[in-house]
Design a protein around this ligand. Structure first.
Ligand code: BTN
Length: 324
């Protein structure tokens, strides 16, 4: 952590004002150097009030998801945060970091994306400063076959995090959309690099609509998507949400590695918005229809089809009555 980060930490933890002399003593530098650090923090958006007699007080932090804003709220061991004001896609930066050896739990967060990517080659609209766009580096020492379950595990963690910050009932639409009131609030894109027998890394990309208004959605999504603010009527503290999501992800992922998806299958099903619905699943190998029974221990969707029970391992689900 640099001197600016340390000053923020001390100001946050102080019961009252901290003098320039005290900060200089702690940093082992001059008061003029402290003043320069404070001026730089103010330029970054921190509201630091100060008088020569009383000292400095942290009166406000910017609504941003950088390491300094997240660190007071981070709870687990995943604390390496790479923040950017703008990227093409956090998936790309996380992949490059993973290729360069970034450890498991490294998270890339951006305020906006110019080329945000969704599943099945779609775009992920990523306006600045209102939502969460993050990509997490995972290095599961598990066979390739378990990787599809990671998307379900991530969905479960997002549903946990949504339920923690807002009095909302989150729903999971298999495989990994997170819905509130039948509208999408979050999407997950898992990508991997692997050999036949060994996973190098998985990049779990998560986009959550937090504080956007109707103007933040492209017209074609206006009726299908929402944000936590629109659904709950309350502004979400983005740093608190992000830290809660990382803690939930770490907890769910650790449990998944130890005990498999079977250990959380019933919790996943409790969030499922599809159980009992008549659906059509479109996959590259064709289309099937049936009534959703639940999910299997390996994350496959179970359907009661016209000719008996079916299992579907991937695809796009459409609900027959249109309401999810
Ligand atoms: C989907 O529902 O289609 C998945 C959307 C995933 C969006 C996130 S935002 C952060 C990360 N970076 C991207 O380019 N995509 C994922």
């Amino acid at each position: 952590m640099g001197p600016g980060g340390q000053i923020l930490d001390w100001l946050r933890g102080a019961p009252g004002p901290l003098s320039g002399a005290e900060l200089a003593r702690r940093l082992g530098c001059s008061r003029a150097a402290v003043w320069k650090q404070v001026a730089a923090l103010r330029r970054e958006g921190y509201e630091i009030r100060g008088t020569p007699s009383a000292g400095y007080v942290l009166a406000g932090v910017p609504d941003r998801l950088g390491p300094s804003e997240l660190s007071p709220y981070l709870r687990g061991s995943w604390r390496r945060v790479e923040w950017r004001a703008e990227v093409d896609s956090t998936q790309h930066l996380a992949r490059d970091l993973a290729r360069a050896g970034a450890p498991e739990g490294t998270v890339v967060v951006a305020e906006s994306q110019t080329g945000g990517r969704g599943r099945l080659g779609r775009q992920w609209h990523s306006p600045p400063g209102v939502n969460l766009y993050c990509s997490l580096v995972l290095r599961p020492s598990a066979p390739l076959a378990v990787v599809p379950c990671l998307a379900l595990v991530a969905g479960l963690a997002v549903a946990d995090a949504v339920s923690d910050v807002a009095p909302l009932r989150a729903g999971l639409k298999w495989p990994n959309d997170v819905l509130v009131g039948g509208r999408k609030v979050a999407g997950i894109l898992t990508e991997l690099e692997a050999e036949v027998e060994r996973v190098h890394h998985v990049i779990a990309g998560i986009g959550v609509n937090l504080n956007g208004g109707p103007e933040d959605f492209p017209p074609e999504l206006a009726a299908k998507a929402t944000s936590l603010r629109l659904a709950s009527g309350h502004q979400v503290n983005r740093a608190v949400f992000t830290a809660g999501l990382l803690a939930a992800l770490e907890a769910r992922y650790t449990r998944f590695l130890a005990a498999g998806f079977a250990a959380m299958r019933s919790e996943w099903e409790a969030y499922s918005s599809l159980t009992g619905k008549e659906v059509r699943v479109t996959a590259p190998e064709g289309e099937v229809t049936g009534r959703v029974l639940g999910v299997d221990d390996d994350g496959a969707l179970r359907l009661a089809g016209p000719r008996g029970e079916l299992r579907v391992v991937g695809g796009e689900v459409t609900v027959a009555d249109g309401y999810e």
